[in-house]
Design a protein around this ligand. Structure first.
Ligand code: CO
Length: 218
């Protein structure tokens, strides 16, 4: 088999040298710890790398990626990332960034069986069901998929707000904004979907959790 991966080591050496040329202290500074302002929840799609498309450097964005940028409240991986980002790193912004042409979203619109991944896609299908009057009314399939991508992102913004992690931060007056964005792989531009949550008022009351009572010391 061709050892195509060897070029990654070469690229890496050149990249590290380039960073040092630009800023001799670059790695020393990063070695001291991270304090990113952003948590990025994006799609695993290789065409949507968080740092590159936002022009940010290592150290600036805490990243979680999965198929179709989902916030599934039983996903221990996502919850652990969210908890660490909000409670320890105290990020100020959480960005859910979907992308047009998302294979996961397109697959969820159809009825084909793909195997194990169908269990993941079902969460995306739920989003379709919540919004089927709007989505079914869009005759053009590409346009319907684009809207589905947007609605899926917006639902994930809601799903973040539903977590006790985010609500406890808000209830403690920790500044934390949640944003819903969509990236277009055709032109490289990110669109703000305007679904920004800044506090409990943005979340339907049925999801509100009472403020955590302080621990009683004995
Ligand atoms: Co995708």
């Amino acid at each position: 088999m061709e050892k195509s991966y060897l070029k990654l080591f070469e690229n890496n050496k050149a990249w590290a040298q380039n960073q040092i040329n630009k800023n001799p202290d670059f790695f020393n500074q990063l070695a001291n710890g991270q304090s990113p302002e952003y948590l990025w929840i994006g799609c695993s799609d290789s065409r949507v790398p968080a740092n590159e498309i936002t022009g940010t450097l290592p150290g600036e964005i805490f990243v979680h990626r999965n198929i179709a940028n989902m916030v599934v409240h039983s996903d221990m991986n996502m919850l652990s990332v969210l908890s660490y980002a909000v409670e320890i790193l105290k990020v100020k912004h959480i960005i859910v960034c979907g992308h047009y042409g998302c294979g996961g979203v397109i697959a969820a619109m159809g009825n084909k069986q793909y195997g194990l991944i169908d269990n993941w896609l079902r969460h995306i299908k739920d989003v379709y069901r919540y919004h089927y009057p709007e989505l079914d009314s869009i005759a053009d399939e590409t346009q319907r998929a684009r809207r589905f991508v947007e609605l899926n992102v917006i639902e994930q913004v809601h799903d973040l707000g539903k977590t006790s992690i985010v609500q406890n931060a808000w209830n403690n007056n920790q500044p934390l904004h949640i944003h819903g964005w969509a990236y277009d792989i055709k032109d490289g531009i990110i669109k703000d979907l305007g679904a920004t949550f800044t506090g409990m008022q943005d979340l339907h009351a049925v999801y509100h959790l009472d403020k955590q009572s302080p621990t009683v010391e004995k």
